[in-house]
Design a protein around this ligand. Structure first.
Ligand code: F6P
Length: 343
């Protein structure tokens, strides 16, 4: 079988581990050949490819990003995009596609599957917001990076007697903020799922400060929103999938905290540091398991599905289910595991 592989959406540590596992197993077990499409769906539309074989993949396991490049291109938003995708697959003699991406990339894969293209999906995102899988690779690495950053922010916060507001990614899901906030011992964690009250954050900080000179780090998710709706910050820019560009809430919140409490306050935006660099061992293993099962799926009737992790087993779910609902932090989890630690 000739398999085309692409990575779409924001990059994420572990993408290369998926590619490597699929190629090594596909060549060895099934005699498959592979071709890489460059820059996500854009490369399929434009027929831009790179050779992909075990020799190219041997040394990429620990490499961050994606050797194939990525983009946020949506073929269904490009003139004749879906037809061009089908034309490229025919021209390159591709029998099946492996699409590695988040809800956007997999949404396109799902539509193409509905139109008869043989495709399997592999879920990735640091945001961990795909509902059909318990975990996506990249999440563990992002949490580790954010936790290490918070550890560092705590020491400088304590030395200077300052509040530090640390902004993390995650779009409209609070997984990274909640996990890193808990692991890093934050005073408060503001997630998009729980609109926050600035006055309450300030009261918490005042009570915390009454303990003496202590580290005071508040973790805020880029998509967090205040109850009164007055601190929302977006650039207004949207991508081809209609997502607004988030970021900047930490600066606004830090100013507000300083004004209301009189505590000197600084903001740190971790940004793309959370997405770059080498994956953790956990993410390498999860990505490898996904890659192995995805290539199996193309050979044993699993086309049209996405591989997923459920109860520590790799399972397959219809691509259409995979992209239906975002997975958000449940209220109960936040209330029972995070909130008791605040202050
Ligand atoms: O979806 C992954 C993610 O890193 C989000 O957490 C973040 O909002 C977004 O991508 C940033 O996108 P870009 O790299 O296009 O600025």
């Amino acid at each position: 079988m000739r398999v085309g592989v692409l990575t779409g959406g924001g990059d994420c540590p572990g993408l290369n581990a998926v590619i490597r596992a699929a190629v090594l197993k596909g060549e060895k077990r099934y005699g498959d050949s592979f071709i890489g499409f460059l820059d996500g769906w854009l490369g399929v539309i434009e027929d831009r490819t790179a050779p992909l074989g075990s020799a190219r993949c041997r040394d990429i396991l620990d490499k961050g990003g994606t050797i194939l490049g990525t983009s946020r291109t949506n073929p269904y938003k490009e003139r004749g995009g879906a037809e061009r995708v089908r034309a490229t697959l025919a021209a390159e003699g591709v029998d099946a596609l492996m699409a590695i991406g988040g809800d956007d990339t997999l949404g396109v894969a799902s539509k193409l599957a509905g139109e008869g293209v043989t495709v399997v999906g592999v879920p990735k995102t640091i945001d961990n917001d795909l509902s059909a899988t318990e975990v996506t690779f990249g999440f563990h690495t992002a949490v580790q990076i954010a936790t290490e950053a918070i550890d560092r922010l705590r020491t400088t916060s304590e030395s200077h007697g300052r509040v530090i507001v640390c902004e993390v990614m995650g779009r409209h899901a609070g997984w990274i903020s909640m996990y890193a906030g808990i692991a890093g011992g934050a005073v408060d964690v503001l997630v998009p799922e729980q609109p926050f009250d600035v006055a309450e954050v300030c009261e918490l900080l005042k009570a915390h400060r009454a303990l003496g000179r202590v580290a005071s780090v508040v973790v805020v998710a880029e998509g967090a929103v205040p109850k009164e709706g007055s601190l929302s910050v977006t650039s207004g820019e949207v991508d081809q999938f209609g997502h607004v560009r988030l970021g900047g809430i930490a600066n606004v919140l830090a100013k507000e905290i300083e004004e209301r409490t009189g505590f000197e306050t600084r903001a740190t935006v971790l940004g793309h540091i959370q997405r770059g660099g080498t994956p953790t061992a956990y993410d390498r293993v999860l990505a490898t398991r996904f890659g192995i099962d995805a290539i199996d799926a193309l050979h044993d009737g699993g086309a049209g599905t996405m591989v997923a992790l459920q109860a520590d087993k790799i399972v397959r779910v219809p691509l259409s289910d995979a992209v239906s609902e975002p997975k958000l932090v449940p209220n109960e989890l936040y209330e029972t595991v995070a909130r008791p630690l605040f202050g």
